[in-house]
Design a protein around this ligand. Structure first.
Ligand SMILES: [Zn+2]
Ligand SMILES: [Zn+2]
Length: 403
């Protein structure tokens, strides 16, 4: 495949690597400092202070308080050219850390268990490097430090606050450190990378009574059991088998005692799919099934259904830019993994709906060092060697896109 973006000839590629390797101890120090003070979505005050203080120290123009705790850094090369945005999410999760490391979380019950501390350090390193080397590219790079990716979602309010305007962003890239891939590999592909996510919460309203006299009741447990089973037919029998989709009931609560028929039952669940054309379809089928089963059993229901994030869809040209750059960084064709789709979701999708771009996975697992626990696990941790690789991929993307 021929790259649409000719390599920048003015920059010595091996020098970039040496300069970024020299940054590695700082990347690790920043990441560990952030790791010790994790904060939940829209409460990232200390994190935002940390970022703003570094940008201030380096003299990089930036705006704070965007969508509450977000920050946008502007790195203007001084010469006209394209505008590339780089997005990093900065929030943590409500998890008690079980890692016994010197830099473990000091905030009880909160942990950077998804690697967003690493994303923030990579974005800071990229900002620092690009500002030092702003003569090596044209145009402008916007670095977007986004709050609340884990929920309720900071991307949409940041877009509404105008982060993609003035100057208008031509393309956006972003990465996720990824323990489902080994260190030294990069998961990048055009098209759908991550799924859309929709959620539902349903209460089945039956009629309670004695466990020995079911004929006097409408058993919400039996109705719920039929609904949970019938929902499985949506993916199996209604969605085109060429498409990928998931319907999961994650919670089902009913009853108080073995000899009491439960009056009500409550279930919650999540729906995932890649193809935006499925938006609205699965939710409609869920309601039809719930309504049909309830009607046949004499129960009623209350259903809340909401669309949370659209699918993460990469632009073919920008995905090719990232792929070509990542291939140079990992230095082996086997290091590029296009089969990296996941039904996980990400609000990077809102940025990718607004402007062409590419989100990619940066392999960070190293089982030999016991750094391979899954994301959102109390022992999640990643190989920090990936930090420098992330900076190198971002920097080379800028120099190719804005070269
Ligand atoms: Zn996560
Ligand atoms: Zn994450």
């Amino acid at each position: 495949m021929v790259s649409t973006f000719p390599s920048s000839h003015s920059v010595d590629q091996s020098q970039i690597r040496l300069d970024i390797r020299a940054l590695q101890p700082q990347l690790v120090a920043w990441r560990r400092s952030l790791h010790q003070r994790p904060e939940l979505g829209f409460k990232e005050q200390l994190t935002a202070q940390f970022i703003a203080q570094k940008l201030q120290e380096w003299g990089i123009e930036h705006q704070t308080g965007v969508a509450k705790t977000g920050i946008v850094a502007i790195i203007n090369s001084g010469s006209p050219g394209p505008v590339l945005a780089i997005r990093a999410d900065i929030d943590a999760l409500p998890i008690q850390e079980e890692n016994e490391v010197s830099y473990r979380s000091q905030h009880d019950g909160i942990m950077h268990a998804c690697g967003h501390d690493g994303h923030t350090a990579i974005a800071l390193g990229t900002a620092y490097y690009l500002w030092q080397h702003r003569q090596d590219f044209t145009g402008t790079v916007k670095i977007i430090f986004q709050p609340a990716e884990e929920g309720p979602g900071g991307a949409k309010p940041m877009i509404e606050a105008g982060v993609l305007k003035n100057p208008d962003v031509d393309a956006i890239i972003g990465l996720h450190l990824w323990n489902n891939l080994a260190l030294g590999t990069v998961g990048v592909r055009k098209g759908a990378l991550m799924a859309a996510v929709e959620c539902f919460s349903c209460t089945i309203l039956g009629k309670g009574g004695h466990g020995a006299m079911p004929h006097q009741t409408v058993d919400s447990v039996v109705v719920s059991a039929q609904i949970v089973n019938a929902l499985q037919t949506i993916v199996a029998r209604n969605v085109d088998p060429i498409e990928s989709a998931v319907v999961t009931v994650g919670e089902l609560h009913a009853g108080t005692k073995h000899n009491i028929i439960a009056d009500t039952a409550r279930m919650t669940g999540t729906v995932r799919y890649f193809n935006p054309k499925l938006q609205g379809f699965i939710g409609k089928r869920i309601e039809q099934i719930i309504a049909g089963v309830c009607q046949s059993q004499g129960a009623s229901y209350e259903l809340d259904y909401w669309h949370q994030y659209p699918p993460v869809i990469n632009d073919a040209n920008i995905a090719e830019l990232v792929r070509s750059v990542a291939a140079e960084v990992v230095e082996t064709p086997a290091g590029i993994v296009p089969e990296c789709q996941t039904m996980g979701a990400e609000d990077m999708s809102f940025f990718l709906q607004a402007v062409p771009g590419c989100y990619f996975f940066l392999g960070s697992a190293n089982p030999a060092k016991d750094l391979a626990y899954p994301h959102h696990h109390p022992r999640f941790n990643f190989d920090e060697t990936a930090l420098g690789m992330g900076v190198e991929i971002f920097v080379r993307c800028v120099e190719k896109f804005c070269g």
